[in-house]
Write a protein that binds this ligand. Structure first.
Ligand SMILES: NC(=O)c1ccc[n+]([C@@H]2O[C@H](COP(=O)([O-])OP(=O)(O)OC[C@H]3O[C@@H](n4cnc5c(N)ncnc54)[C@H](OP(=O)(O)O)[C@@H]3O)[C@@H](O)[C@H]2O)c1
Length: 278
């Protein structure tokens, strides 16, 4: 990997994992276009990084936002796209508002697909000109392989993203665009509500730091693996769930009362917040 030749568009750069990826790439000498929705947070991040970088304020779920991203990516002839921006969901399906379902699928699945399609010609042009590979990286999740109660919409979005990435990896195998799927497990960022974090602790789930997740992504790009799942035993569960899902069913059925306890608390917190606002 020739890091110093790379120009990378990183979506969701202001988030927990995004900031850590930005820092790790900047330290490698990558030139970054940092995308997010808050100009002040993007500027603060850019100022904190080694090297010169650009910021881009855009919402990936709007046509206008994606057009802005594409213009900037074309102008800067990016060689790497990291679809990292995403939103979480922690609720029973019956308590999940339709708007949340639509927003989650748009941010986590539809926007990465549309950005990949729009920017593929740019990635292809860049690698033809430089005669080096270009990279398309989609940030998935362990929940893109394991269905988890209380996160059905998030799981649907990440299962979809994994399928999309795998198909594209195979479709572009005879080109110089390398397609990667990277799947963190629970990580300490604000995508997880307090109740979701408390549930992870109660279930004994490991929680990674964003920095260790970013290092793992760097390792994946250096080794060139198409798929990378972060952490043990999660990567084993991913394999078991793929081959023998009924075994994972049984393990997760036992945990359902704990999961539902935290989902109820989340609902109470949300109801109280709505009452305060109204
Ligand atoms: N943390 C975990 O436990 C975990 C585990 C597995 C996978 N992941 C995946 O890792 C990725 C990064 O998550 P994170 O943990 O770093 O979450 P985070 O701290 O909440 O950051 C999410 C980022 O996405 C951006 N974003 C969300 N919706 C957007 C939109 N409509 N348009 C533009 N930007 C938008 C946010 O921008 P704003 O700051 O403007 O909101 C923020 O920069 C996600 O794809 C997530 O699914 C996370």
């Amino acid at each position: 990997m020739q890091w110093q030749q790379q120009t990378c568009l990183l979506t969701g750069a202001t988030g927990g994992i995004g900031q850590a990826i930005a820092k790790a790439l900047a330290n490698k000498g990558v030139s970054l276009i940092l995308q997010g929705r808050s100009e002040s947070r993007l500027q603060q991040l850019s100022n904190s990084l080694t090297g010169e970088h650009q910021i881009l304020v855009a919402d990936i779920t709007t046509t206008q936002g994606r057009e802005k991203i594409c213009s900037m990516a074309e102008l800067n002839t990016i060689s790497m796209l990291i679809n990292n921006a995403g939103v979480g969901q922690f609720s029973l399906l019956e308590d999940t508002e339709e708007a949340v379902i639509v927003d989650t699928l748009e941010a986590n699945l539809l926007a990465p697909i549309l950005l990949s399609k729009a920017l593929l010609p740019v990635l292809q042009k860049t690698n033809q000109r430089q005669a080096t590979p270009s990279y398309l990286v989609n940030i998935g999740s362990a929940f893109g392989s394991i269905g988890f109660a209380g996160q059905s919409i998030y799981c649907a979005s990440k299962f979809g993203l994994r399928g999309f990435t795998e198909a594209l990896h195979r479709e572009l195998a005879d080109t110089n665009v390398h397609v990667h799927y990277f799947a963190p497990r629970a990580t300490a960022t604000s995508i997880n509500s307090d109740q979701a974090m408390a549930m992870n602790q109660a279930l004994g789930n490991s929680i990674d730091s964003p920095e260790s997740v970013a290092n793992s992504l760097i390792q994946q790009l250096e080794t060139g693996h198409a798929r990378q799942f972060v952490g043990f035993p999660e990567k084993l569960f991913v394999k078991i769930n793929g081959a023998f899902p009924h075994i994972v069913d049984k393990a997760l059925f036992k945990k359902l009362p704990i999961i539902k306890r935290f989902l109820r608390r989340e609902k109470d917190v949300e109801q109280t917040a709505q009452e305060v606002l109204s």
